[in-house]
Design a protein around this ligand. Structure first.
Ligand SMILES: [Zn+2]
Ligand SMILES: [Zn+2]
Length: 286
């Protein structure tokens, strides 16, 4: 079984109820954080976990809303890791990730210096290993296998989606993308597809061109659902709601997806949890 928790279902626009984009995937005894938007560690604490328990951080792309709390993840893992044999934080992302991680470590250079000077058992900076990929197998440990494939979020490039597999269960995290063949192929027959969505019908009505621009490189609810249908996935999990899904409108969003996808549809608030079994699917709410 793979368990998916929507830690943050928000977008770049700050929302009092929704943290920035981030999803937790648990498979076997491994924990993967997909993207790390604002507030991610508060949400991770809400499910009884923390940065020091992550097996890897997976980044779909380097847009600010998806990496806003990268520094918090790296520094908090570092200061809250007490076992000397804890492996370096594995960060897997598209080309450009190493640059961003290096710059983040530089930005926190003063903090890192203060803490090393103050604590006798902190002898060096945070241990981080960055792996950049656009395609192929990126993880194969303890029965968990992760593959990536390119997505289409142009002009943001490169961007990637992740497919996580364990004991016959599989989950694909699409990130921000318009429909594309490489995502269809990666998601083919998956147990669940986690897809970011925007309501183009609402955003297109707004007066600011800069906001309407975002319609060009995201999938609408219907487009994400069409991807799920083409790929034949079992569960469609929607997240990263633009605009923020207002209370009482969940059924509207669900109906838009259901007009194109006739299997299980999951959406909700931060901490919404979905269990993805090989073949059978059940759901629960935190
Ligand atoms: Zn983006
Ligand atoms: Zn985004």
């Amino acid at each position: 079984m793979i368990e998916v928790t929507l830690l943050g279902t928000g977008s770049p626009i700050p929302d009092p109820e929704r943290a920035g984009p981030s999803t937790l995937v648990r498979a076997s005894d491994q924990m993967f954080l997909i993207d790390c938007g604002r507030g991610v560690l508060q949400r991770l604490a809400a499910v009884g976990s923390g940065a020091n328990q992550l097996s890897a951080l997976l980044l779909t792309h380097l847009h600010s809303d998806h990496i806003a709390d990268l520094g918090d993840v790296i520094i908090t893992r570092w200061v809250s890791t007490f076992a000397p044999d804890t492996p370096p934080l594995q960060i897997i992302g598209p080309p450009g990730t190493a640059d961003v991680v290096e710059a983040t470590l530089r930005a926190f250079g003063h903090d890192i210096g203060y803490r090393i000077a103050h604590h006798a058992d902190l002898n060096g900076p945070p241990q981080v290993e960055v792996h950049e990929y656009t395609d192929g197998v990126v993880w194969d440990r303890g029965g968990v296998r992760i593959r990536v494939a390119p997505t289409d979020h142009r002009p943001v490039t490169p961007t990637i989606a992740f497919r996580i597999e364990h004991s016959g269960a599989s989950v694909v995290a699409a990130g921000d993308t318009v429909p594309c063949r490489s995502l269809d192929a990666l998601a083919d027959g998956a147990g669940a597809l986690i897809h970011t969505v925007i309501r183009k019908d609402l955003i297109d009505l707004l007066p600011q061109q800069r906001i309407r621009d975002i319609c060009g490189y995201h999938s609408s609810v219907q487009e994400a659902a069409a991807t799920a249908t083409r790929a034949g996935v079992g569960i469609l999990i929607l997240t990263h709601y633009v605009p923020a899904m207002a209370p009482g409108t969940e059924d509207q969003w669900r109906a838009l997806a259901a007009s194109v996808f006739d299997r299980q549809i999951e959406l909700g608030d931060d901490l919404h949890r979905v269990q993805v079994h090989p073949g059978v699917c059940t759901r629960s709410r935190s």
